[in-house]
Design a protein around this ligand. Structure first.
Ligand SMILES: [Zn+2]
Length: 104
């Protein structure tokens, strides 16, 4: 049986360990912008969230991103990220479905 190591990351909201590609990365760039990074390759400190709006809302409520990014995240930034999160969610789910073929 072939075993494959899947890199796991923890969702900062629900604390669940998930394969990296199941998570949406939020990154604090070197210029202190806090943005969603769908490529997972942007430089900066990253935090991972399940690709679910419910987890984003939980992170917002508990200020989990502040802790994970070691940076104060203003409510305005949480609001802006939430809008982006809703936008990327569909793209993210579509990307995941398209990636299923690579697995077999
Ligand atoms: Zn989660």
């Amino acid at each position: 049986m072939k075993q494959r190591k899947i890199p796991l990351r923890k969702c900062v909201a629900c604390q669940e360990m998930m394969p990296k590609k199941e998570l949406i990365r939020v990154v604090k760039t070197p210029s202190d912008d806090i943005i969603i990074d769908l490529t997972g390759k942007k430089a900066g400190r990253g935090a991972y969230l399940c690709g679910k709006l419910s987890c984003f809302k939980l992170a917002k409520k508990s200020r989990a991103l502040d802790r994970a990014l070691k940076h104060a995240v203003s409510p305005e930034i949480y609001d802006a990220l939430e809008q982006d999160f809703i936008k990327v969610e569909d793209e993210f789910i579509a990307g995941k479905e398209a990636a299923v073929d690579d697995e077999s």
